[in-house]
Design a protein around this ligand. Structure first.
Ligand code: AMP
Ligand code: ZN
Length: 472
């Protein structure tokens, strides 16, 4: 049974999907605000969500994940204005960079990446706001904007465990982000302001633009339905963003918005949240320029439990590199040992089921990785002792492949350079002519280029040589 820590209850609870067949999981993950390159802190959240999705899939669920792109809000408009380019052009570059980074970090693609400015999303936001106005949950204020009437939703603050009586909600807030101290009716639709330039849409309340919070409510319910199984983000999203999402969605649909809320702790730099505004951030590019691979960065982000703060240090990236080298050596060794053998039925090492079981328990990645590295140690010991039959090696390899559908930490499959491919073809020709001496010379030339060729019943098999430059 899978159990997660639900922010709504602050308890670890069994996970049961809303789907009556128990198969499909609807997951909404707050995506980036595309006004800058996402930093490694943002990617901590996305890597955690990737682990969540991959583990659910490992357990046989079908995951329908949606991640939004916030391409209109206070920050994007400010950025476009400062750069002197249209909003759509300004955000397009950051959207493209985001997708490249997702791929580098091996984050599985979501089913959809709706952007707030997509016409169908703007339409849905306006429809939701209209419903909220009609039912008295929102009002068109004298400043031209539409606000959510906080007093109509007593559950506001429940997710963040705020005591509204103590906080005494006061004036209206028009900014997308606000502190608990300035709690008040928040903006759903913001009347056009000079600073918005040409960023505006027509609405029943005049020209304007949506507030940040309604964007997520609209995109989540439009694409996944009124009730979600899981909604995720970083802990900074809990208040006010997720509180606002709950208020808007539930007042519109009359149904619970999300059954489970999962939030990851922050990525820290010197004890402080990594953030654009503090200027203490690294992008993926910054770390890659220092020589780290996407895979090493993924490992460093993935290997700390999502509810623990993660202090980013170069030492952790170096440790990730060392762990991956061990993993690569192990995989290469197992592959050689397995040869063409078929996997045995019995598990050659005890406790391998512990991997999935650890992740079932609120994504306990440290315990899951401990199972992997114990399997590695034990099988290496047995290979040292000449005591791991090929069929057992094949079983371990098959197990590794299945756990790597969750971890996505396997070696890069390096592209075969043209020169190596040409030598390989010449070698095949030499072997057809039974010119073994020539065949061996080609093998040496291939080896000099960093590749190893093996002859199997299916023909030549090529792989990067361990410790060669091609081997990441
Ligand atoms: P933003 O673009 O600021 O809306 O953030 C996008 C996502 O990244 C949200 O889910 C945030 O909670 C998350 N996030 C932002 N900064 C950090 C950080 N330092 N550590 C972990 N998650 C973060
Ligand atoms: Zn959101």
């Amino acid at each position: 049974m899978i159990r997660y820590h639900n922010t709504a209850t602050r308890a670890i609870e069994p996970f049961v999907p809303l789907d009556p067949e128990g198969r499909t999981v609807r997951l909404y993950t707050c995506g980036p605000t595309v006004y800058a390159r996402a930093h490694i802190g943002n990617f901590r959240a996305y890597v955690f969500e990737d682990l969540l999705q991959r583990h659910l899939e490992f357990r046989g669920f079908r995951v329908r994940r949606v991640m939004n792109l916030t391409d209109v809000d206070d920050k994007t408009i400010r950025g476009a204005r400062t750069s002197g380019v249209p909003l759509a052009d300004f955000t397009a570059a950051f959207k493209a960079a985001f997708f490249t980074d997702l791929e580098i970090l091996r984050i599985r693609k979501a089913e959809a990446y709706p952007a707030a400015t997509d016409p169908e999303n703007i339409e849905h936001m306006i429809a939701m706001i209209r419903t909220l106005v009609e039912t008295g949950h929102a009002y068109h204020a004298d400043d031209g904007s539409v606000y959510f009437r906080l007093s109509t939703f007593p559950a506001y603050g429940r997710l963040a465990h705020l005591n509204l009586d103590e906080l005494r909600p006061g004036a209206r807030v028009s900014q997308d982000e606000y502190e608990k101290e300035s709690l008040g009716d928040f903006a759903l639709w913001k009347a056009w302001h000079e600073a918005d330039g040409d960023v505006a849409w027509e609405s029943p309340w005049g020209r304007g633009r949506p507030g940040w919070h309604i964007e997520c409510s609209a995109m989540a319910t439009r694409l996944l339905g009124d009730s979600l199984d899981i909604h995720c983000g970083g802990v900074d999203n809990i208040f006010p963003h997720h509180e606002a999402e709950i208020a808007q969605s539930e007042c519109c649909t009359g149904k619970p918005f999300s059954r489970t809320w999962l939030h990851c702790a922050h990525l820290l730099v010197d004890g402080q949240k990594m953030s654009k505004s503090l200027g203490n951030f690294y992008t993926l590019r910054d770390l890659m320029d220092r020589g780290y691979t996407g895979r090493e960065i993924r490992y460093a982000l993935l290997s700390v439990h999502y509810r623990l703060p993660l202090n980013l240090r170069f030492e952790s990236l170096d440790a990730a590199r060392a762990a991956l080298v061990r993993l690569d050596e192990w995989i290469a060794r197992l592959t050689a040992q397995a040869g063409d053998a078929s996997p045995s039925i019995a598990m050659p090492v005890a406790g391998l089921d512990g991997f999935g079981a650890a992740l079932d328990e609120d994504l306990n990645i440290s315990a899951a990785l401990a199972v992997l590295f114990e399997a590695l140690r034990e099988s290496n010991r047995r290979m040292d002792a000449g005591n791991l039959p090929p069929s057992d090696a094949a079983t371990l390899l098959a197990w590794w492949k299945s756990v790597d559908t969750v971890l996505a930490l396997g070696p890069e499959v390096a592209a075969i350079p043209e020169a190596v491919a040409a030598l390989l073809a010449s070698r095949a020709e030499a072997r057809r002519n039974k010119d073994w001496a020539q065949s061996d010379r080609f093998r040496d030339e291939i080896a000099a280029l960093g590749w190893e060729v093996k002859d199997t019943k299916d023909g030549q098999q090529l792989r990067p040589r361990a410790n060669s430059a091609n081997h990441p």
